[in-house]
Design a protein around this ligand. Structure first.
Ligand SMILES: [Zn+2]
Length: 296
């Protein structure tokens, strides 16, 4: 072999090796995303101007290996008929497209009417409710929220909570205490507390006590694409590994982030393939199974 051909051969081998090494270092199997906002009612528009109808969403799922997508609605206080209409629309979409998981909503201020709606939703197979203190204008520390959290536990429903309100710096702490005070209820803290993520380390202290039931999960929607490639990356990874990768779920917060960019953001953070498999799929699968009783 002449020296030039030899060099080309060596370079090609190196390229092939690096392509193989890259593809093997990341989890590329099915993904479960429990944080997808869609237009729930016909003609509804989000204020981002981003396409988010069900016909926009569905063709994006398979190319991004999204095997299951939890579609979210958010309820507003005192609008019970509208809340039911939106929840029913989510349920209808999920019946039409079985890859979708219903994530319905109630408002804590609707108290007993909200509880009745929760019971109705549970009968229809809903296991996750979305609550958004900022968009729904409530305080996580209020007694109505505690009553709703207790009710959710009795119904085996998890609460997916937005965890960042710029004007309430104590919100993540309030959410974590809500979980401690309602050990039979599972909580998903969306965005993992965002810029307050280091507070999650408190969970490690609670884990030493027999009363802590490991009922707090976090999704890394928004935080992964916004902070996963920043000077906070190592701290965020350290917190996640320290609290336990088994408690963390992938999420997009679609349409704010695309599936492609949020998946790439998690890949870029530097988790092992085994950790990525848990984050992208296994942890959410385990959580859903524990809520629906489908598996242990
Ligand atoms: Zn969201």
């Amino acid at each position: 072999m002449n020296p030039i051909r030899k060099d080309i051969f060596a370079v090609s081998l190196l390229l092939l090796y690096s392509v193989l090494a890259r593809s093997q270092s990341h989890y590329t199997g099915p993904v479960i995303d429990l944080h997808v906002h869609v237009a729930v009612l016909p003609g509804e528009r989000n204020n981002l101007g981003a396409p988010d109808s069900i016909t926009d969403l569905l063709p994006m799922l398979r190319p991004n290996k999204i095997a299951r997508a939890g579609i979210i609605t958010i309820a507003h206080a005192g609008q019970l008929a509208e809340t039911r209409r939106r929840n029913d629309s989510v349920l209808r979409l999920c019946r039409l497209y079985p890859q979708l998981i219903p994530i319905c909503s109630v408002h804590p201020a609707d108290s007993t009417a909200a509880w009745s709606e929760m019971e109705r939703l549970k009968e229809q197979g809903v296991s996750i409710l979305k609550l958004h203190p900022s968009a729904q204008h409530f305080d996580v520390g209020s007694p109505e929220v505690a009553a709703l959290a207790e009710r959710a536990g009795a119904l085996h429903m998890a609460l997916l909570f937005d965890s960042y309100k710029p004007e309430d710096a104590a919100e993540l702490g309030k959410l974590m205490m809500l979980a401690v005070n309602h050990p039979d209820t599972k909580f998903i803290i969306a965005h993992a507390g965002f810029i307050h993520f280091a507070e999650l380390i408190t969970i490690n202290v609670w884990k030493k006590y027999p009363w802590y039931r490991n009922n707090i999960f976090m999704d890394i929607s928004a935080i992964a694409p916004m902070m996963g490639n920043s000077p906070y990356r190592r701290q965020l990874m350290w917190v996640m590994r320290s609290v336990g990768i088994s408690q963390f779920l992938y999420g997009t917060d679609f349409p704010i982030f695309t599936f492609k960019e949020s998946i790439a953001a998690v890949h870029r953070m530097g988790f092992t393939r085994a950790e990525e498999k848990k984050i992208f799929h296994d942890n959410a699968g385990r959580l859903i199974a524990s809520l629906t009783g489908a598996a242990k």
